[in-house]
Design a protein around this ligand. Structure first.
Ligand code: ADP
Ligand code: MG
Length: 241
């Protein structure tokens, strides 16, 4: 066992939807300062697992700990307060607000009320993800890639201790994908611990420090990226060979 305590710990977490065992007994630990990845075919339970970690999906069973404190009974709106934040697989920006206002919504009410400070922080993260010039536009006026960057900005504006990213490069071309890879690496250098869901194996190997693989709601492998993508079970279930 490692000396430093885990930032996040899942113990036998399950999320069932009626008869569908979307997540079925997942246990793992995330340590501070690394980029973790989850590989898995469509429907293997990746998004549901992120939903369990943010308490959006009710747990059928299992325990969640953040920084040594159990939080499986903490209501979803307070999870951001703990320091866990996420982006969604499909863009969820509000179109009758500006990009800047959308990003400010990533702050809790108390922090948002400190207006000058909140605005400065939002401007800093917009610069960070490369959307400074788009602050006054509506989300629908942005390219898809820029919308995804705005989502990342909204997720980091509150300086979370753990950032969950659900397919942040879905629908992007190779160049945009490389840019997001660089962005995630530089966020890691700034200390952001990340859990990334992506289908692009090459990207996952180049960005992640540690990989998990899921199939039918269960973890089927974990370890160093090169080892996980060589794993026979992972190859059969995910890579189709
Ligand atoms: P992934 O993100 O790996 O593609 P999901 O977590 O989205 O997988 O889905 C896992 C399984 O759970 C799928 O069979 C999916 O149809 C099912 N599922 C996900 N969300 C719900 C829900 N809200 N109600 C019922 N079934 C769901
Ligand atoms: Mg998904």
């Amino acid at each position: 066992r490692n000396a430093s305590p885990a930032l996040l710990e899942l113990d036998d977490v399950a999320v069932h939807f009626g008869g569908v065992k979307a997540v079925d007994g997942v246990s793992f630990e995330l340590r501070e300062g690394l980029i973790y990845g989850i590989l898995g075919a469509n429907g293997s339970g990746k998004s549901t697992l992120l939903g369990a970690m943010t308490r959006l999906n009710p747990l059928t069973r299992g325990r969640l700990q953040f920084d040594g404190h159990a939080y499986e009974n903490v209501p979803p709106h307070r999870v951001a307060h703990l320091g866990v934040s996420r982006t969604f697989q499909t863009v969820r920006l509000i179109d009758d607000r500006t990009v800047l206002d959308n990003i400010l919504l990533g702050l809790d009410t108390a922090d948002r009320a400190k207006r000058k400070h909140a605005r400065a922080r939002a401007e800093a993260v917009m610069e960070r993800v490369g959307i400074t010039d788009l602050a006054r536009m509506r989300p629908s006026e942005l390219s898809y890639g820029m919308q995804r960057r705005a989502e990342i900005a909204r997720a980091i504006v509150g300086t979370p201790r753990l950032l969950l990213l659900d397919e942040p490069t879905a629908g992007m071309n190779t160049d945009e994908r490389d840019e997001i890879s660089d962005l995630l690496r530089s966020l890691k250098d700034e200390g952001y611990t990340q859990l990334l869901v992506e289908h692009d194996v090459a990207m996952m190997v180049s960005v992640c420090d540690y990989l998990f693989a899921m199939n039918f709601g269960k973890l089927i492998a974990q370890g160093l990226p090169h080892d996980v993508v060589q794993d026979q079970g992972v190859r059969e279930s995910y890579l189709g060979r």
